[in-house]
Design a protein around this ligand. Structure first.
Ligand SMILES: NC(=O)c1ccc[n+]([C@@H]2O[C@H](COP(=O)([O-])OP(=O)(O)OC[C@H]3O[C@@H](n4cnc5c(N)ncnc54)[C@H](O)[C@@H]3O)[C@@H](O)[C@H]2O)c1
Ligand SMILES: O=c1ccn([C@@H]2O[C@H](COP(=O)(O)OP(=O)(O)O[C@H]3O[C@H](CO)[C@@H](O)[C@H](O)[C@H]3O)[C@@H](O)[C@H]2O)c(=O)[nH]1
Length: 440
């Protein structure tokens, strides 16, 4: 079995490392964040991802998975080195790949034999070649004749279902430049290979492009249904049925047609911006992607205006908000629509009481600037107590189980904003609420 190092132990690195250990590989997860590694070594996970804690514990117990800040030792003893550090958006929209290039330098310093260096981070086209050049230059300067290959292996997992997505991906994309690198990577992924998961073997540039093209397409699909939903509201159509009707066409498919307050997360917002920037840099404007970015911002602000106009002035009004993470089953709040929406509501004079099953820790610092108008509650019932309105921003499944009678009795007002369309209008209205959703 191959010895593997994964540099960067965030959502992707930790899931990748743990799942590769579960495949039977010997994995060392590296991070420069000392607190993160210390926590992992004490059996504490720095993130919330369903099922990950048990898998980490199991593979740690069987000594297939270890955590360290020592990149030197990890590189020296590994044959395959994954780079899984962050690539956040820069001010101009481009992806900031400085951590990826920094890790490439670090790896090059310690190469002591043939290594396959795999970019798992989402990186703009051309980054794999830059990684290769950096390593080549450093090896040359040190008179180090070690051989190496660079591979692009973009990751398609979703937060909240990351482990399942890693074990059963729709495809595994490998951008390779040598038969040897392909052979090594096929060995690393021999378990999914054995389960019939298709592989796409291509060059570095195509692999890097597939990742951005896929994410931007999904963002466009969501944005399209959001705009259709907005129109449905005006003309008396029901977007849920429209989406079912569209999705039955196999060429369209039913997934990613759920309207809402706009897409968020650590990927779609930054990856659409990065792809648009690559287009501009190459004088090939990606007008659909550019427009999607704008439309998604408009969608979030539309939610604020909708609440404000229905409640007719938000000054002094209290909203009980259920869900602030960008999607359910995660504690991640990067680019969550709630960030824009709650700030907008507070600017209009509203008070906010929040409950989120996993988002409180991150939410507390993200909303620190509006903390005079926003409190965190320990459960959904506390959040809606004495509120004028209930506002659902994340479709956590447990919100569907709430006792609507109790909620109605404890609230001061009767506005019910369900911006994830998790309830049916007649059910909510039967309890005496005024129901507002998206596109129905
Ligand atoms: N989060 C997702 O669902 C997802 C899915 C697919 C792809 N991706 C991509 O994967 C990459 C990582 O995303 P993430 O969400 O895991 O990020 P993250 O911020 O959760 O984790 C990145 C980790 O890398 C560490 N790091 C940064 N620089 C380092 C260095 N020089 N040496 C060692 N460690 C370093 C950080 O301390 C952090 O722990 C990004 O490019 C992202 O676009 C993310
Ligand atoms: O029909 C839908 C589907 C999603 N969303 C929103 O879109 C965002 C992203 O959701 P999702 O794609 O499920 O989560 P991510 O974990 O961000 O995963 C995306 O981004 C990852 C990082 O690149 C990729 O690996 C995944 O394939 C890609 O789905 C969230 O705000 C969702 O609420 C909708 O509004 N409607």
């Amino acid at each position: 079995m191959r010895k593997i190092a994964v540099i960067g132990s965030g959502y992707v690195g930790l899931v990748t490392g743990t799942c590769l250990a579960e495949f039977g590989m010997q994995v060392t997860c590296v991070d420069r964040n000392i607190d993160k590694i210390a926590a992992l070594n004490q059996g504490k996970l720095p993130i919330y991802e369903p099922g990950l804690d048990q898998l980490v514990e199991k593979n740690n117990h069987y000594k297939r998975l270890e955590f360290t800040t020592d990149i030197k030792t990890a590189v020296e003893k590994s044959e395959v080195i994954f780079i899984a550090v962050g690539t956040p958006a820069k001010d101009d929209g481009g992806a900031d790949v400085k951590s990826v290039l920094q890790v490439a330098e670090d790896i090059a310093k310690y190469i002591n034999g043939y290594k396959v260096i795999v970019t798992k981070s989402t990186v703009p086209v051309g980054t794999g070649q830059k990684v290769k050049q950096i390593i080549r230059d450093i090896l040359f300067s040190k008179n180090n004749h070690s051989n190496f290959d660079v591979v692009s292996n973009p990751e398609f997992l979703r937060e909240g279902s990351a482990i399942q997505d890693f074990f059963k991906p729709d495809r595994i994309v490998l951008g390779v430049e040598s038969k040897m690198a392909e052979k090594v990577m096929r060995e690393v992924y021999s378990v999914p290979d054995g389960h019939g998961i298709p592989f796409i073997i291509t060059n570095l540039e195509t692999a890097e492009m597939i990742k951005y093209a896929a994410n931007a397409f999904l963002a466009i699909k969501i944005t399209y249904i959001n705009e259709v939903a907005n129109l449905c509201e005006k003309v008396g159509a029901d977007v849920k049925i429209v989406a079912v009707g569209m999705g039955m066409d196999h060429r369209i498919g039913p997934k990613f047609l759920q309207p809402g307050p706009g897409y968020g997360g650590s990927c779609f917002p930054k990856d659409t911006k990065a792809l648009a920037k690559t287009g501009r840099d190459n004088s090939v404007p990606l007008t659909l992607v550019e427009q999607t970015i704008i439309a998604n911002e408009i969608q979030k602000h539309r939610m604020i205006e909708k609440i404000n106009s229905i409640m007719d002035n938000l000054k002094g009004k209290t909203l009980g908000v259920l869900g602030i993470t960008f999607k359910p089953e995660t504690d991640d709040m990067r680019e969550a629509p709630s960030l824009v929406i709650l700030e907008g509501l507070v600017q209009k004079g509203a008070y906010i009481k929040v409950y989120d099953p996993a988002g409180e820790k991150e939410g507390k610092w993200r909303f620190n600037h509006i903390k005079d108008h926003l409190v965190f509650c320990h459960n959904a019932y506390d959040a809606i107590k004495e509120a004028d309105a209930i506002l659902i921003l994340t479709d956590w499944p447990q919100f569907k189980q709430l006792n609507l009678n109790d909620i109605k009795n404890q609230m001061r007002g009767n506005y019910f904003f369900d911006f994830r369309n998790i309830f049916e209008r007649h059910v909510i209205e039967a309890k005496g609420f005024q129901y507002y959703c998206v596109g129905r």
